[in-house]
Design a protein around this ligand. Structure first.
Ligand SMILES: CC(C)(COP(=O)(O)OP(=O)(O)OC[C@H]1O[C@@H](n2cnc3c(N)ncnc32)[C@H](O)[C@@H]1OP(=O)(O)O)[C@@H](O)C(=O)NCCC(=O)NCCS
Length: 168
């Protein structure tokens, strides 16, 4: 694994968050044997809500940056959603929901876990009692990572599940 540093997301990272959101959507299409979607798919409300207007109260996350070439290589972030505007991994309005993605060439090298552990520590210090996410049931490495850091399935649908980790 090349060298990297992890730092808090700031406004300048927002374009990279959109890139990572697109990665998340592409992985789902590949798994379902579908063609890659146009980036316009990021404009759909159910996806856009994960990044749009970044900087709201409760928005927090980390970006991993290669120290070899200073480029962003992965990000993990959370944000709060509302009862009437839920994310895929919604539990309640006081439980932040995580999104995470690593650029394809940097996956399976421990970076996802490193970002996730930073995020969980941050959520604890932000005094959240629990944190959630949504995961495709066939997204084997993601499921493995989430279970390894303590998430449990709380709701299972056809192709995805909601997972939760208690932080207190
Ligand atoms: C999911 C994702 C964020 C994980 O990040 P990562 O850097 O690849 O994760 P890590 O390397 O820290 O951990 C991956 C783990 O999965 C394991 N793994 C890899 N392939 C696996 C498989 N087919 N089945 C089970 N476990 C697998 C790895 O061995 C590793 O576990 P270990 O540390 O116990 O050895 C990354 O793969 C990614 O960006 N995927 C595309 C976007 C995405 O799916 N995001 C999540 C949406 S729910």
């Amino acid at each position: 694994m090349e060298h990297y540093k992890i730092q808090l997301i700031s406004k300048i990272d927002v374009p990279f968050l959109w890139d990572m959101l697109y990665e998340i959507r592409c992985v789902r299409c590949l798994r379902e044997g579908k063609n890659l979607p146009s980036r316009d798919i990021l404009n759909t409300p159910e996806l856009a809500k994960y990044v749009q207007n970044w900087g709201r109260i409760g928005d927090k996350g980390f970006v991993a940056i290669s120290t070899d070439n200073q480029s962003s290589i992965g990000a993990a972030w959370y944000r709060l959603f509302k009862e009437d505007d839920q994310g895929y991994g919604y539990v309640d309005s006081e439980t932040p929901e995580i999104a995470i993605a690593i650029l394809p060439e940097y996956r399976n090298k421990g970076l996802g876990q490193a970002l996730m552990l930073h995020l969980l520590e941050q959520a604890k210090s932000d005094s959240y009692q629990q944190i959630s996410l949504s995961c495709g049931l066939k997204n084997a490495n993601a499921l493995h990572l989430y279970q390894k850091v303590g998430f449990e399935k709380v709701e299972v649908f056809d192709i995805s599940c909601v997972m939760k980790k208690v932080l207190i």
